[in-house]
Design a protein around this ligand. Sequence first.
Ligand code: PLP
Length: 376
Amino acid sequence: MNEANMVETTTRLPPLGASKDELDTPALCVDLDAMEANIRLAIDTCRRYGVAWRPHAKCHKSSAVAQKLVEAGALGMTCAKLGEAEVFADAGVHDLLIANLVVGSQKLRRLVELRRKADPIVCIDHLDQAEPINQAMLNAGLSVRVLIEVDLGLDRVGVPWGAPTVALARQLARMPGLTLAGIMGYEGHLLTVADDHEKTQRIREALTRLVDTSNLLEKDGIPCGIVSCGGTGSFFVSVAQPGITEVQAGGLIFSDAFYRNMCHVPQFEYALTILATVVSRPTPERAIIDAGRKTMNQELHKPVVVGRDDISVEQLSAEHGKLRLGPGAQHLRIGDRLEFVPGYGDLTTVLHDRFYAFRGGRLEAIWPLEGRGRLQ
Ligand SMILES: Cc1ncc(COP(=O)(O)O)c(C=O)c1O
């Protein structure tokens, strides 16, 4: 810890047991009872369908949360970046899916190091990623698990399902530095389909392509132990899809307004809030808080005021949040505090250094986001 951090730690962090009133604002808060209820719902649902849960860690990026998830029964973590996987490996999480392509000599060196202390899986959608990884592993006397990423219609990365995936799998199966462990796909383009029946149908169609592709591989003599997919916005459909072996949904541990209002997934409780202070009250209809875009993201959905439908977020500038007050909210004064459910937790947590975790109104833990900024 450097000197600047030490000063901050001793002077600014509230003691455990503190109430929210004792926190400086803005602050990123977790409701532990709600988070644990969400974790229980996810794990119980996965168990009911005989599917493993490998929650995506890109929203919490925290070793403490990762350890809690593994203790609750998660198989391991899904990560967006090699740097996140390094953080979780250091925290003792062994089974780490990097749901991304790993490219470049610097990363190959780090992947070899990561393989020495954990059992990562990396995604492949082209031989040009596979060959250097194979070579780096062989040079180190190691092998690493890989999944072929299949494009289910998201049009991001991935091989087309069916025959092109089988063709790539045959080539990967010949590389001794790689262990082809299965396939994955992400149905992210279908999360916000407005009609629930249509959404379910389209997710099932997409995942049927993934499962059919795994059956083709097996028929070809290529074992496909892992068939992975799923996000919070599709969780209850993905987990029930026959042939899927694990789901990656991770944001559900906190939920947010995007998942609830745009993906129509109301089953998970809001567990993440931003605590903010009213700093100005320029007109009867307007209040300004100390939380703007550098505190809360509004790209997919605006933050929502907890317990107040007479106050809405009108606009966020960098460090100011402009609220629109209804007639019932006129009593709001400078110095009053409000809590906000993030519009999208994933792009909000990464604006903060730490979570303040509360139970029954008392601070139980402070968790750093060690994976924050680990973009490489
Ligand atoms: C590869 C992958 N899997 C799963 C997810 C779903 O994550 P979450 O449940 O946090 O929305 C995402 C979201 O972007 C993703 O990119």
